[in-house]
Design a protein around this ligand. Sequence first.
Ligand code: NI
Length: 170
Amino acid sequence: MAVRKIIKYPEKILREKTAQVGEFDPELQKLIDDMIETMYAAPGVGLAANQVGVSKQLAVIDISVREENAPLIILVNPVITLQEGEDEAEEGCLSIPDYTTVLKRALKVKVKALDRHGKPLELEAQGLLARALQHEIDHLNGILFVDRMSRIKREFFKKRYAREKLLSMN
Ligand code: NI
């Protein structure tokens, strides 16, 4: 296993819809193991494959640092089949360091996916896990959490980000 480099905003790959996984070969298993290690090392509660530069529909989630006994979840080709209710909570992303914002998401979701060996799985979640699922599946569709903010907030974010980038180059 190896920790991979996490791609940061505004890299283009984060904006591209990822491709379906078709083969559950050793290469995919290695990628999954590396993603798990990278998520724990960061540390973060979720990671999508395009965040490590691989444009595939694959994500890992583990919210156990926030909620005890939560399982490690590996999702291949995940799809949200149901969204219910509304929930507001603070959210961040490993690809956008040092920035969090309060964001509205569905409170409850159902997700269909495949596990790491291609076996179908179904998940029902609410609260933080539902939020993590929505955040990671967004990634796989090329959507970042800053895209879900109000227009005004997003403008502030862009300005702040541009200023910080300028400062870090000096
Ligand atoms: Ni993220």
